[in-house]
Design a protein around this ligand. Structure first.
Ligand code: ADP
Ligand code: MG
Ligand code: MG
Length: 368
């Protein structure tokens, strides 16, 4: 669905930008989910982010904006109390002229606006250990600032997002149906998943037993969702709050490790090039715990190592499920693309399992 300049301008005119704004119909940034644009005040004194929410993915934009407003209000109070600058250290929602947090256009598109966080860098890949550490500290701080937010009041913007046993069950359904007769190509991958059925329950069992807490989680903790101050190199602001929902700290930690603690593409077809990097894991863990660790019990720290394993396993299961069902969820650029993606995740899982004792020791030294 394209966006014309006239649509963009009419949407922009509905928001309270403190004066008339000029639009640019080119997409801004490298996000893959929403349609992101920049609008400038006519006098060029200030710019803003204007986004059309992807309502194919997020079917309840109203609940989503309630989450974003609730969480950013809480963060703003924390940042103020800590002597920080709330204008840069959290997203700030700009209301519409009629006082709403979102705007619906004539085609049913749902839009929202934020202050533009200026003088920052948005990294697309882990370039250095320092960057990875910075991202870890910033995500840990985000987790810590939301420690006392009532997580259960948040809407689940994508139902059962990290319900790993449910992902496993969906895989079993796709396998039983075997709609494209592809199961015969993946016997070793099927065996790999079946051998790990019990693993899928580890984190949710710990939650059910009260051993680890329900938390506010971000659920898209990729490096390009953390803005870094261009002048100081410090982490400034966690953005992209669409998937904020109740969850486990292990989910966010685990997904950062899955995407960042290796030097291969997510869809690397050559498995000999896939390496889980225990050193990068340690760099991230130390950064994350330096800001989030104070509020975590021993059990929760240990759950982080499980998060790395399970988020990677779960992601592989999802890729393989889509492969069995005919590649209609993840966009593919070649045949077997989802199979390559799944294999890469499973290679990482296998390597994590080999060093799992060390992974536990790193997040929970001497069980302290
Ligand atoms: P998506 O879900 O599509 O990834 P994001 O909310 O992450 O959407 O926005 C896409 C990109 O736009 C970000 O990666 C970042 O470069 C930029 N961006 C988003 N919000 C802001 C903001 N408030 N200030 C500056 N840049 C932003
Ligand atoms: Mg993003
Ligand atoms: Mg997003």
């Amino acid at each position: 669905k394209s966006v014309t300049l006239s649509l963009l301008q009419s949407v922009a005119n509905a928001f309270d930008f403190g004066g008339p704004v000029l639009c640019d119909a080119h997409h801004y940034g490298e996000g893959h989910i929403n349609d992101t644009f920049v609008v400038w005040r006519e006098d060029h004194s200030k710019r803003f982010i204007l986004q059309r929410i992807n309502t194919d993915t997020f079917t309840n934009p109203v609940g989503l904006m309630e989450n974003v407003c609730g969480v950013t209000r809480h963060l703003r109070a924390k940042i103020l109390a800590e002597g920080g600058d709330p204008a840069r250290e959290t997203l700030n929602v700009i209301p519409t002229l009629s006082g709403s947090t979102y705007y619906l256009d004539a085609d049913g598109g749902a839009w929202r606006a934020y202050d533009f966080v200026e003088d920052t860098i948005c990294l697309q890949q882990v370039g250095s250990e320092t960057d990875f550490r910075t991202v870890a500290e910033t995500l840990g701080k985000f987790q810590n600032q939301l420690e006392d937010y009532p997580a259960s009041t948040l809407h689940e913007t994508i139902a059962r997002f990290h319900d790993t046993p449910n992902r496993y069950a969906n895989f079993e359904k796709a396998l039983a149906a075997d709609a494209l007769s592809r199961a015969k190509n993946i016997t070793s991958e099927i065996e790999f998943i079946h051998a790990r059925e019990q693993d899928c329950h580890v984190l949710l069992d710990q939650l059910a037993a009260g051993e680890i807490p329900l938390r506010v989680t971000h659920n898209d903790t990729k490096i390009n969702n953390v803005l870094i101050d261009a002048a100081t190199g410090k982490g400034i602001c966690v953005i992209d709050l669409d998937t904020v929902m109740p969850g486990l700290s292990a989910y966010d930690f685990g997904d950062s490790i899955r995407t960042g603690a290796n030097d291969c593409a997510e869809d690397e077809p050559d498995q000999s090039k896939v390496h889980f990097d225990l050193h990068l894991y340690e760099v991230f863990a130390k950064g994350y715990l330096s800001t989030a660790g104070a509020s975590m019990s021993m059990a929760e720290k240990k759950s982080l190592a499980w998060g790395a394993r399970l988020m990677t396993l779960e992601c592989g299961i999802r890729f393989l499920t889509d492969y069995l069902e005919g590649d209609h969820y993840f966009h593919i650029a070649r045949p077997d693309h989802n199979l390559d993606r799944a294999r890469t995740q499973f290679t990482l899982v296998r390597q994590m399992e080999e060093v799992f004792d060390q992974m536990l020791e790193i997040v929970c030294p001497d069980n302290r």
